[in-house]
Design a protein around this ligand. Structure first.
Ligand SMILES: [Zn+2]
Length: 425
C-alpha cells in the first residue's frame, strides 16, 4: 500500500490551500423511517498485550474501539465500526494506550468498507486538556481520489496509522476533544451557578440519561429563542460554538442584560447523551439519526423538546429564532429559503451578513433549503410549528478552536443587537 505524506494529509484534513470549500450536503428529500432499530453493545475493558507490555482501554464514556489486533512488535490495528448501519461517514474513535516501559506504538485505524477517516486525532494525558496529534505522527494509507482533492468525504484516506508515544501514564486518543455527558452537564451546571440560572430536566434519553434544559434570560418573558446541539455525538466543534454563544447571551454585558429583560433563551446542549457516552458515530441508542425524526417523533429525545416547546407555546410564548449547532468538513450555514416566512422575517440572512461583516475574511458557504415539508430536521420543524427563523449552524471539524469561540461570541452579540433593533420597530 502506498503512503502519502503527512503534510499532504494535514492540508487535506485542515481543508487546506488546495482544497475546495465544501459546498454542503444535498437537500434532504426523503422521509426516513425513524422507528427504533438495534444498536451494538461495545465490549468494554482493558486489552493487555503482554509481549509488548502494552495496554489499550475503551473502558470510559465516549470510548469506541471495536477490535484490536497485534500485527507485529508494538504494532496494532484497531477496528472502528458504527453503532448500526446505514450511517453517515463520521467514524468516531476514542481509546487509551499505555505501556510498562516508555516507548512508542504504531496504531492503524481501520473502518468498514465504505467508510473514510474523518477526524484528526486529538490527544490528552488527563482526558480534559487536548491537543491535535502532531502531523508527522500521522500517515494515511490507501488514499482514495486524493488527486481530485477537495475536502469532501471521498477524498479522505481509508485508514491512518498513528505513531503514539507510550509510558506508564495512559495517553488518551480521540476523534475530537472528549466532551461526555458528565462534562457537558458540568459546564451547564457551572454556567447556571455563575449566572443564577435555572436548569430543568425535560425528559430522559432512550438509555435513561437526563435531557437537561438551561434557561437564560427572563423566564416570564413571552418572547423566546431556542438553542440545541449534539444531536450527532462527535460534532464537538458545533458544541464549542454553542458554548460561547450561550455564554455570551448569559454574560454580564450591558447588551446581554438589556436583551434578557424581555427575552428568554431555552438551551438543550446535549440532545443525544447516550450516543455521546456510547462513542457513537451519529445515531441515538434507538439506532436513529435524531435529526431525521422531527416529523414523526419516534424517539424520546426529539419528543422531549417537541413537548417542552409546545407547552411553552400553549402558555403564550412566541418563538422567534431557533439554532441547531453541528459540525461538518467546513463552516457552513444551512438556512431556509426566504419564501418561508416566520415571526421575524429577514432575521437569519441579516444576521449572517452581520457576522461576516464583523469577522474579516470570513466567507462561509450559505445553503438555503427550498423545502420545508416534511419537516424531518429540527430547523424545518422550528419554523413550521413555531414560526422560528431557523438555521443549522455547522462548524468545520478542524476550525481553530479560538476562531470557533469568536464565531459563537460574535454570533450571539450580533443576534441580540439585531433582535432588539427589529423588535423595537
Ligand atoms: Zn450534524
Amino acid at each position: 500500500m502506498k503512503k502519502f505524506s503527512a503534510l499532504l494529509l494535514g492540508l487535506l484534513l485542515a481543508g487546506g490551500v488546495t482544497a475546495q470549500q465544501y459546498q454542503g450536503q444535498p437537500p434532504i428529500r426523503a422521509v426516513v423511517d425513524t422507528s427504533s432499530k438495534p444498536t451494538d453493545r461495545q465490549a468494554k475493558g482493558v486489552f493487555p498485550f503482554n509481549e509488548d507490555g502494552v495496554y489499550f482501554s475503551n473502558d470510559f464514556d465516549g470510548a469506541r474501539v471495536n477490535g484490536i489486533e497485534r500485527t507485529g512488535p508494538n504494532a496494532y490495528t484497531i477496528t472502528i465500526t458504527p453503532e448500526n448501519a446505514p450511517i453517515n461517514m463520521s467514524p468516531w474513535y476514542a481509546f487509551q494506550v499505555w505501556s510498562r516501559a516508555p516507548g512508542e506504538v504504531q496504531v492503524k485505524l481501520v473502518y468498514p468498507e465504505a467508510a473514510r477517516h474523518r477526524y484528526t486525532p486529538q490527544v490528552s494525558t488527563d482526558g480534559l486538556q487536548w491537543t491535535p496529534l502532531d502531523a508527522d505522527r500521522i500517515a494515511a494509507d490507501a488514499p482514495a481520489q486524493v488527486a481530485e482533492g477537495n475536502s469532501s468525504a471521498t477524498a479522505r484516506p481509508k485508514s491512518v496509522t498513528l505513531r503514539l508515544p507510550t509510558g506508564p501514564q495512559p495517553l488518551w486518543i480521540a476523534g475530537q476533544e472528549l466532551h461526555t455527558s458528565k462534562r457537558v452537564y458540568g459546564w451547564l451546571d457551572d454556567t447556571a451557578r455563575k449566572h443564577h440560572l435555572p436548569v430543568a430536566e425535560i425528559g430522559k434519553s432512550t438509555g435513561g440519561r437526563p435531557l437537561k434544559l438551561l434557561t437564560v434570560g427572563n423566564p416570564a418573558a413571552k418572547k423566546a429563542i431556542v438553542v440545541i446541539s449534539r444531536q450527532h455525538p462527535p460534532e464537538v466543534t458545533g458544541y464549542f460554538a454553542m458554548q460561547s454563544f450561550v455564554e455570551t447571551l448569559a454574560a454580564d454585558t450591558a447588551l446581554a442584560k438589556r436583551f434578557r429583560k424581555d427575552w428568554t433563551v431555552y438551551v438543550v446542549p446535549l440532545m443525544n447523551p447516550d450516543g455521546v457516552d456510547g462513542g457513537f458515530w451519529r445515531h441515538n441508542v434507538g439506532g436513529i439519526d435524531l435529526n431525521r425524526d422531527w416529523a414523526d417523533f419516534n424517539q424520546p429525545e426529539t419528543r422531549a423538546v417537541r413537548d417542552f416547546l409546545q407547552q411553552r407555546a400553549d402558555a403564550g410564548t412566541k418563538f422567534y429564532f431557533g439554532i441547531d449547532f453541528h459540525s461538518t468538513w467546513d463552516d457552513i450555514y444551512y438556512t431556509l429559503d426566504p419564501k418561508f416566512v416566520g415571526n421575524m422575517p429577514g432575521l437569519v440572512p441579516q444576521w449572517l451578513d452581520r457576522i461576516q461583516h464583523e469577522i474579516p475574511n470570513y466567507k462561509p458557504v450559505v445553503q438555503a433549503s427550498d423545502r420545508l415539508e416534511p419537516t424531518t430536521v429540527s430547523r424545518n420543524y422550528f419554523l413550521k410549528q413555531h414560526g422560528m427563523e431557523a438555521i443549522v449552524f455547522e462548524i468545520g471539524d478542524n476550525t481553530p478552536r479560538d476562531k470557533i469561540r469568536q464565531k459563537g461570541q460574535v454570533g450571539a452579540t450580533e443576534l441580540m443587537k439585531l433582535i432588539l433593533a427589529k423588535s423595537s420597530r
